[in-house]
Design a protein around this ligand. Structure first.
Ligand code: FEO
Length: 403
């Protein structure tokens, strides 16, 4: 059985990468990642959809050849130019010299810039909404800029309800034997989708929202992303996850990110977390910013409604690891959070509070509760921690009631 043909005339020819440690040289890959590419075989023409990272090109060519139905590939559709998908374009051209590359004007510019391919006969430029016939199947192109780069588009096979969605609905995690969510357990991929979205696409929620709106009328039988399983049975679930994340809609729960040099700020955080638990909060994720991967802190801060940031004072600034985390959240334009802050100091009392206030103003976040502790917390600080936790829980209850 050719498991690659997951529905009639559509073949999976992507590859798994279980070697790379850091995606984009930044984000850990504990379960690996897949770079997905597909073949649409029509009665007259055959199209390849996207390519894979160059390191995996040999396995990729083998996968294409193993499909074996059409030795000839007529078109290469480039939905997204980030090199984890475009890297093998030059090799594909060498292997299939007559191939035409289908892309929009931005795609073509980027191919020239990245790979110095500039023969105009090589390209077939499409506009938003254009179609190209493969015989019994037709490809339709939907421009979805900034999901995740400016040139990104999606390709839809109308008669089969197949959407090649680029990075949208993508996730970390190599494919464990299967290709679709019918062939294998995909719980890891669903859980990794939060990390993938918040780390990679998180800044572009507005554009993801626009793309979802644009696609909302389409029949979706198969969502074929550039990373992770082909979605069939879990389409509603993944659309909801991405739609919620794109609109910064988060789940009940608290993320606490702290930076502590000698344990005093950490002690305040532990005390606050105990008070929150005593008030009935069950879902609390605590990260020491010096130890937790940035990837996980960003994911939890996106996923949960309440964010507490606690910082020691360091050279008249926030603690550096905390500052880096806050910059990452600013890059991703995080919004709509219940936000609370904790500062710890020895001689510069107001530094953390002032820096947090500047940040909150810039990000249009309201500081729901604030706590400042001098050096090691004492009984008075324990009482203040209780009051801080109570204020926060009240604000969380108001938000829950308003829903
Ligand atoms: Fe998987 Fe934006 O590339």
């Amino acid at each position: 059985m050719n498991i690659r043909e997951f529905t009639k005339d559509i073949f999976y020819v992507g590859v798994n990468d279980r070697t790379t440690h850091l995606f984009e040289a930044l984000w850990p890959l504990p379960y690996g990642v897949s770079y997905n590419s597909y073949i649409v075989a029509g009665t007259e023409k055959t199209a390849l959809i996207d390519t894979v990272r160059i390191d995996e090109v040999h396995a990729y060519i083998d996968a294409i050849e193993s499909v074996g139905r059409n030795a000839r590939i007529d078109y290469l559709v480039v939905n997204h130019m980030e090199p984890d998908h475009s890297g093998s374009i030059p090799e594909i051209i060498k292997y299939y010299p007559g191939i035409k590359i289908i892309g929009n004007s931005k795609t073509i510019d980027m191919i020239k810039g990245f790979y110095h391919i500039d023969d105009p006969d090589r390209f077939l430029e499409v506009k938003d909404g254009d179609t190209i016939s493969l015989g019994d199947h037709t490809l339709k192109f939907y421009f979805t800029p900034m999901v995740h780069w400016p040139e990104t588009m999606m390709t839809y096979v109308e008669d089969l309800g197949v959407l090649f969605s680029g990075d949208a609905f993508g996730t970390f995690g190599a494919l464990n034997g299967g290709i679709t969510d019918r062939d294998m357990d995909t719980d890891i991929h669903i859980s990794e989708m939060y990390r993938y979205y918040s780390n990679i696409v998180g800044k572009y929620g507005r554009f993801v929202g626009k793309a979802l709106e644009k696609l909302s009328g389409l029949t979706l039988n198969y969502i074929c992303s550039t990373h992770g399983p082909v979605w069939i049975d879990r389409i509603n679930e993944v659309v909801k996850i991405v739609s919620d994340l794109a609109s910064y809609k988060s789940e009940p729960g608290i993320t606490i990110v702290y930076g502590s040099m000698y344990g005093n700020t950490a002690e305040v955080v532990e005390s606050v977390a105990r008070e929150l638990t005593s008030l009935g909060i069950r879902n609390i994720r605590i990260h020491n910013a010096s130890v937790s991967p940035m990837s996980d802190m960003i994911t939890d801060a996106f996923r949960y409604k309440t964010l507490i940031v606690a910082s020691a004072t360091y050279s008249m600034r926030l603690f550096p690891a905390v500052e880096t985390f806050m910059n990452a959240m600013e890059t991703r334009e995080i919004k709509d959070k219940i936000f609370a802050v904790i500062g710890n100091y020895t001689w510069a009392k107001n530094v953390v509070a002032d820096k947090m206030k500047e940040y909150a103003d810039r990000m249009k976040l309201e500081i729901t509760a604030a706590l400042t502790v001098k050096q090691s917390p004492d009984t008075e600080d324990e009482n203040a921690a209780w009051e801080f936790a109570r204020q926060l829980v009240n604000a969380m209850e108001v938000v829950e009631t308003d829903k």
